[in-house]
Ligand binder design. Structure first.
Ligand code: SIN
Length: 176
């Protein structure tokens, strides 16, 4: 998908709280038919090749909403974003709903079956993995805590994220 004009990119994970890219405008928004899950492995940001961390991806969930933040970016910014999200994520087209109406944009989704996909696991197991893993971008635990805090700051409740956060907080922080 070649992008030739300013385009909205919907962030639902680290894009919500870590903007290492320029943008023209940003707005809270939501997409429908998708749920956010800690089902994607990360060996380039929040874990290592032999011990991947867990980061969020989107799974199809008819009728459900996923809340996040959208950024209007110039076409050249996608080179940076494609590199940042390279570990299994693909850009797909999506309708993004704002309070003022909807726009067509894109979202980075790591589909089931990509080489880094981990899928579901019991909550306690996910929390232990997250508390253990550290990668080039930092502790996996911080990814979870930053995401939960950002969602709370926007007034968005996501039971899955908050459950994982609670389990992570109940466990031990990684030893650096
Ligand atoms: C996103 O934030 O929209 C994609 C997943 C991530 O980078 O955490």
């Amino acid at each position: 998908m070649t992008i030739t004009q300013p385009t909205w990119v919907f962030g639902y994970g680290s894009l919500i709280w870590k903007q290492d890219f320029p943008y023209l405008e940003s707005r809270p928004g939501r997409i429908t038919g998708w749920a956010r899950r800690f089902w994607q492995g990360s060996h380039d940001h929040r874990g290592l090749e032999h011990d991947p961390g867990r980061v969020v991806t989107l799974v199809a969930a008819p009728g459900e909403h996923c809340h996040g933040r959208a950024f209007l970016v110039e076409p050249e910014v996608f080179e940076h974003l494609d590199h940042r999200e390279k570990n299994g994520y693909e850009r797909i087209a999506v309708d993004i709903a704002f309070a003022s109406g909807s726009v067509q944009g894109v979202v980075y989704r790591a589909a089931e079956g990509n080489p880094a996909f981990l899928g579901p696991a019991p909550l306690a197991e996910m929390a232990a993995q997250i508390n253990r893993c550290v990668g080039p971008s930092g502790a996996n635990r911080d990814y979870v805590l930053e995401l939960a805090q950002a969602l709370r700051g926007m007034g968005c409740a996501d039971p899955h994220v908050f459950e994982v956060e609670a389990r992570v907080l109940a466990g031990n922080a990684p030893q650096h």
